[in-house]
Write a protein that binds this ligand. Structure first.
Ligand code: SAM
Length: 451
């Protein structure tokens, strides 16, 4: 692999850069890693899990790369294939937030959803908004959010400028910015063709624009996590310099075990960041920095008066009781004939978000009422809201793959009605048993195309 000479020259001044080792690392295969969903239970021994990713409680390297597409577990959201360096977000936020609870997080540049699903598994957050500006990329973000199954994970499709109308709304803002991508050259050599000095400059200008637009939505005292997968100082330390100098953010210094191989870096005015080099650790190129907003925004706890508005909610339809346990802190909302479930505590916040943003997922789509009959939805069976006693049929791996290809299946039993289909106990979708045949309700656009 021929790395751009100009990039190599620029990196000479970067802390921790060792050109020879760096070039050797680019001749090796990128490690494969997954992050396990702590709220779904599924046997992952077939994935050949290897060591743990040091900075992630749920991250594991794999001994070899399996065919993820042909594993029902990934379609049921049992795990997410995520590059190891980027899982560091969990360690950083854990250290900064300790055991605070009820926080609101925004993942501003969220597709395809690696960091957003990670945030939604952290107990510190009661609301995680995954936003993506590019409409075509929202589709995969939405799909991954549905599969992950966390009701507190919402999805929006807005330009960063829309967020300046949510003054001080979020406690944590993650900006995993679009960048020139040099950190992923080893994993995706095609990114080399798009790399140029000019593009690095364009990316840096765009990163500043995105941050300026969105920062008003971070509350005073709130935490910004800025990250890129670029090695270029223009997109890393220079942005830190600008965040500290122009926006008055202050650095957060993390305590990181030295043997992890993560390199501390800084801007001239005291910003602190961390660089991940593939020759020093098992992961790809990554840069991350945590900063605290100190002044200029709304602060403090949210007040009830700001959020209390009249709430129209639907009653708990009889049919829903088969699928969702009663007594959970859930609000049922109706939209046309659809029923949407949301965590009750989020209702006021959701109302505020709905006034400003284009929400693509606001809770869990439970199903629809058709002539007063409740028809369950795929989204419900993949979510944490699905009752353990909902009707279910276990499929073999072959049957599960036929189901996920949206082919006909003929599972055992002939009781009529709607069933969750599971593999290894993990819900992967819905069927309707008609007695003499079975209708497969797997979403067409998600079906496996690989033979
Ligand atoms: N955080 C994601 C994850 O962990 O899966 C990866 C995000 S990727 C590095 C950057 C994202 O920013 C892309 O999804 C891209 O579509 C989006 N993006 C591109 N241009 C943007 C812009 N002008 N404003 C905000 N986001 C943008």
């Amino acid at each position: 692999m021929q790395l751009p000479q100009t990039l190599m020259q620029y990196l000479n001044d970067v802390p921790g850069f060792m050109p020879e080792a760096f070039l050797v690392a680019h001749t090796l295969e990128a490690p494969v890693s997954v992050r396990v969903n702590p709220n779904k239970s599924y046997d992952l021994s077939h994935l050949l899990l290897d060591q743990r990713v040091p900075w992630s409680a749920q991250g594991f390297y794999l001994k070899e790369r399996p065919s993820f597409t042909l594993d029902p577990g990934i379609h049921g959201g049992a795990y997410y294939v995520q590059e190891a360096s980027s899982m560091f977000l969990e360690f950083a936020l854990q250290q900064v937030l300790h055991d605070q609870q009820g926080l609101y997080a925004l993942d501003l540049c969220a597709a395809p959803g690696g960091k957003a699903t990670l945030l939604s598994s952290m107990p510190q957050f009661s609301l995680v908004l995954a936003n993506e500006v590019i409409r075509t990329r929202v589709t995969i973000l939405h799909e991954n959010a549905v599969k992950w199954g966390e009701p507190k994970l919402l999805v929006s499709n807005n330009d960063p400028s829309a967020f300046n109308r949510l003054d001080g709304f979020f406690d944590v803002m993650v900006v995993d910015a679009p960048c020139s991508g040099s950190g992923l050259f080893r994993k995706d050599p095609s990114a080399l063709n798009e790399w140029s000095e000019q593009n690095v400059k364009l990316c840096a200008a765009r990163q500043q624009r995105i941050l300026s637009d969105a920062l008003p939505a971070l509350k005073d005292g709130g935490v910004l996590v800025y990250s890129t997968c670029s090695y270029s100082p223009e997109e890393d330390e220079d942005i830190l310099q600008w965040l500290v100098g122009e926006h008055g953010l202050s650095a957060i210094d993390l305590q990181i075990p030295q043997d992890w191989g993560i390199v501390k870096t800084a801007s001239a005015n005291g910003g602190i960041g961390y660089r991940f080099f593939p020759d020093k650790l098992k992961g790809e190129g990554f840069f991350v920095s945590c900063l605290q907003k100190t002044g200029g925004g709304k602060s403090g706890m949210r007040t009830a008066s700001r959020y209390e508005k009249s709430i129209k909610s639907a009653s708990y339809h009889q049919g829903l009781k088969t699928w969702v346990d009663e007594g959970l802190e859930i609000r049922v909302r109706s939209r046309g004939n659809e029923l949407i479930l949301i965590p009750a505590a989020l209702e006021p916040a959701l109302q505020e978000l709905e006034q400003v943003l284009h929400l693509r997922k606001s809770g869990v789509r439970a199903g629809a009422l058709m002539r007063d009959q409740f028809v369950p939805d795929h989204e419900l069976v993949l979510s944490q809201y699905l009752s353990g006693s909902a009707p279910r049929i276990e499929l073999t791996r072959e049957e599960a793959l036929r189901f996920l290809r949206k082919q006909d299946i003929n599972p055992q039993g002939s009781r009529k009605g709607w069933f969750t289909v599971t593999h290894g106990g993990l819900p992967i979708g819905l069927i309707k048993h008609l007695g003499n045949r079975v209708n497969n309700y797997y979403p067409s656009s998600w079906r496996i195309l690989m033979s």
